[in-house]
Design a protein around this ligand. Structure first.
Ligand code: AMP
Ligand code: ZN
Length: 104
């Protein structure tokens, strides 16, 4: 499958992970829209929220948001999940944006 986030998860681009666990990796967005802009990406390929069925995975992804922000000392942040083309989803591998600083 030709999925850029699967390739990143598999280490094909040597992307630096600021955090990782059994369920997800976290790396910096290549085109940051805030002072801090991270992406939480599940290791498993799921296209979007429209396709996910695994409640445990969804919970683990949100707990990953909590863990990485805590690790980096980010106390105030916005989370965004774009679902579907019309909503601005460009990469069809589920991901959670974490944005902090300079977003208002
Ligand atoms: P979305 O519009 O929600 O699908 O977000 C996709 C995000 O992935 C965008 O903010 C892109 O800047 C980001 N992105 C695309 N390719 C890469 C990459 N190779 N490394 C890091 N971020 C990427
Ligand atoms: Zn993928």
């Amino acid at each position: 499958m030709d999925c850029i986030f699967c390739k990143i998860v598999n280490g094909e681009f040597n992307t630096e992970f600021v955090y990782e666990n059994e369920y997800a990796v976290v790396f910096k967005d290549i085109n940051p829209k805030a002072d801090i802009h991270l992406l939480v990406v599940p290791r498993l390929h799921v296209e979007s929220l429209n396709e996910i069925e695994d409640e445990l995975l969804l919970g683990k992804l949100m707990m990953t948001v909590k863990a990485v922000t805590k690790k980096l000392g980010i106390k105030s942040f916005r989370t965004v999940i774009n679902t579907g083309k019309e909503a601005g989803q460009e990469v069809f591998h589920l991901h959670i944006h974490i944005l902090s600083g300079g977003i208002n």
